[in-house]
Design a protein around this ligand. Sequence first.
Ligand SMILES: Cc1ncc(C[n+]2csc(CCOP(=O)(O)OP(=O)(O)O)c2C)c(N)n1
Ligand SMILES: [Mg+2]
Length: 1027
Amino acid sequence: MVWFRIGSSVAKLAIRRTLSQSRCGSYATRTRVLPCQTRCFHSTILKSKAESAAPVPRPVPLSKLTDSFLDGTSSVYLEELQRAWEADPNSVDESWDNFFRNFVGQASTSPGISGQTIQESMRLLLLVRAYQVNGHMKAKLDPLGLEKREIPEDLTPGLYGFTEADLDREFFLGVWRMSGFLSENRPVQTLRSILSRLEQAYCGTIGYEYMHIADRDKCNWLRDKIETPTPRQYNSERRMVIYDRLTWSTQFENFLATKWTTAKRFGLEGAESLIPGMKEMFDRSADLGVENIVIGMPHRGRLNVLGNVVRKPLRQIFSEFSGGTRPVDEVGLYTGTGDVKYHLGTSYDRPTRGGKHLHLSLVANPSHLEAVDPVVIGKTRAKQYYTKDENRTKNMGILIHGDGSFAGQGVVYETLHLSALPNYCTGGTVHIVVNNQVAFTTDPREGRSSQYCTDVAKALSAPIFHVNADDIEAVVHACELAAEWRQTFHSDVVVDLVCYRRFGHNEIDEPSFTQPKMYKVIRSHPSSLQIYQEKLLQSGQVTQEDIDKIQKKVSSILNEEYEASKDYIPQKRDWLASHWTGFKSPEQISRIRNTGVKPEILKNVGKAISTFPENFKPHRGVKRVRVYEQRAQMIESGEGIDWGLGEALAFATLVVEGNHVRLSGQDVERGTFSHRHSVLHDQETGEEYCPLDHLIKNQDPEMFTVSNSSLSEFGVLGFELGYSMENPNSLVIWEAQFGDFANGAQVMFDQFISSGEAKWLRQTGLVVLLPHGYDGQGPEHSSGRLERFLQMSDDNPYVIPEMDPTLRKQIQECNWQVVNVTTPANYFHVLRRQIHRDFRKPLIVMAPKNLLRHKQCVSNLSEFDDVKGHPGFDKQGTRFKRLIKDQSGHSDLEEGIRRLVLCSGKVYYELDEERKKSETKDVAICRVEQLCPFPYDLIQRELKRYPNAEIVWCQEEPMNMGGYQYIALRLCTAMKALQRGNFNDIKYVGRLPSAATATGFYQLHVKEQTDLVKKALQPDPITPVIP
Ligand SMILES: Cc1ncc(C[n+]2csc(CCOP(=O)(O)OP(=O)(O)O)c2C)c(N)n1
Ligand SMILES: [Mg+2]
């Protein structure tokens, strides 16, 4: 494995470019003091006598020259190269060697070229190259004209020794293995025409950044599009469509502004061309085969996109503006808490200009900027899986960003970095940055260190098209080009829509407090619509009448929709996605199903997952000790099934039942703790084998997916969340390396997973595995922060809900489930339960570490099956056990038990061991496997079983962490209902409150752990928490 991803040339190129490019401040770039002074055109700084006397080159085909030949943009560099070559031809790259051999010292054979020096020819090429690399620095991108950019000196012909006298001289440019005008077979051109072509291609209202892309074909493809002899031209019909779309965008905002003068809507004024740009991009994408587009976007312009692009009925948008209506009373229609209008998601079918249909989904998002990015990408990938879109050309993700957030939020980078990973790639995301040159009140110069707000995308070799948003046709062109790029190269592309924000951050904000100069200019700046209107009228292609007609039409439809909004009643379809038809809302009872599996299926899949091809040679340790021989033996004997096998059986049984299973996270293939080994590596060939891919005949290799991820929590968890939301018939799991690291994705937990259903009525059955447990690994490797997940649970601690199995909706009504499971069989069932129910609910699992190989932490195969009389089979059948009662064979009434210790997780095994060691017989230990929602029925069953017992909650976490605070309130409610005491009757055994999750001193850890385990079993009563 090499240390770099693509090729060392990329790194070299990047370094060289950093050294050679002097950066200048700009409109949308950070203002910088330039070390360079803009050079005048007449400068002759590099032209020496010796050079002017140099021999004239002959036009030799340079077919052997590679792109790398043109990497440098510095003439000094070129001269140095030549000197080096003269001293030793082997000291330079082969392409340069060819070049110098072909040119230097040869007399001209071309009659059209006179007085041209080899140096001039090379310098001219460097000038061309400079335009390709840095032309965007001179492009007219700022609609407000406030740019203070200094033109980089490498765009001044004087730098290369050219003077005005050279303008009408003809120069040799050669026929290159390069697309664009250099390849047009016009080797001889005047300097004037070369310059005007370069200016037209690179310095108009679109600034292209693409020369950071190492791939020659991609660069050529773009050059071909950029360096066209005739600039883009739209016919009058097309122009009217663009005009119509711009009118809709503009009038929509105006209409909202007049009807709801003080409402916050985060209008698009100043960036209205986003809407026609998006529509044209979508049309082009549809022409190129795209059928589904998943959109993620922030607040700015969202309503406009919803109304004009996604085509959410305007009447509905207006109705929501007038206060928002909860949907009509309909049986089982859950409305949740709702969210403000500019966060809601939706999906609609949209006809395209080319006569196709596009399905558009706008993903609901929180205020947290950019947090939706990975969710959109995950959802897109899931759509690709379910539609068998192997080329990834039918389903596309598009993300709209703000300039401040694109540059500032780390999740942007985390998302971009998923783009080329085998199990996360979506064939390219199109990014549009609504670059209004301000973030709330912050100027770019204070908001980012990079030149452009889009620079982050260069790390991923995405082309970036900066476009002046006032030139609507340029916007349309850039958007179409982006769609074409995506469909051709299946990789990310960025459109940087350089615009402005006509009003404040929102409509009731005063922008002149902080940007007085900018807003002075904005006040007298015409809208894009006015500018375009003027242009069309001047062209003579359009009459004032045509324009009036469109204006009138749009205005009357807006008014009609407004009238209709007054009686608008939301429909159920607004809330539900198609794959989810039949799934129950939190208000509809869903039957509890068993999760046991037929013994023969268990045996069969068990064999399949412990077998590998005969000639495959896995590591000896994996083969013998961990996976194959031991697992095969466990299946054979039906005993001693460990965690890894329990999990694999859950995956395998779900897959054979037709479900898609996807597990992702850092190092999940092997498993951080080396317990999973789901992918084997042949020790000789390096080949990989995943047994779970071979459960059924011709199994789709993606049906079971296990994938190591990039080292990201926020991005990858978000991706998996998006993936899980697409189709309910999939078990999607994200595993943290250690639970401690999951808070890097805290936004995902807070804004999406815990509250997404309540806010946006979107269910997910996502499973999150958080390795958790106190085993002396210090404060960063002990805690998955169980307390946070419990604290965010929305079950009322003082109310016992309906617990009758036939009427129970406890889980459905709760925002998520939090478990800390202690047996492989119970883990198997809790995973299967995620799928075997008619609703979906996130599942947070405090996953074990040392239980993975704990001798006692094993199950028998009979606990996995559905056979009556087997250990897992109770009154209802075989199911996940929300609580595991004491294993001492107690009867329904045990009056002699003096203490009932309730606990959760691996501390159980330590308590049990101590109980055995101390031969304590009068203490019962129950495991609360499902902490949330709280298993009131089972807890009360145990309270009744031990009527005289002192009630103890034992945990290994500090008192301000772990389950204590959540459990104590609910346990108290359960006890009160049985008249078994109150809060002070709940005894606490665990660590004292602490700032750090755990001690870093191993010896101290051991002492603390031993003390708490001993205390839980001590003969004397335990002192109450409240003295
Ligand atoms: C993660 C996050 N931090 C802070 C905010 C508060 N906030 C809302 S809008 C905004 C400015 C965003 O600027 P930009 O990305 O340029 O978008 P614009 O509003 O200019 O369209 C900020 C800081 C937020 N919504 N999300
Ligand atoms: Mg902004």
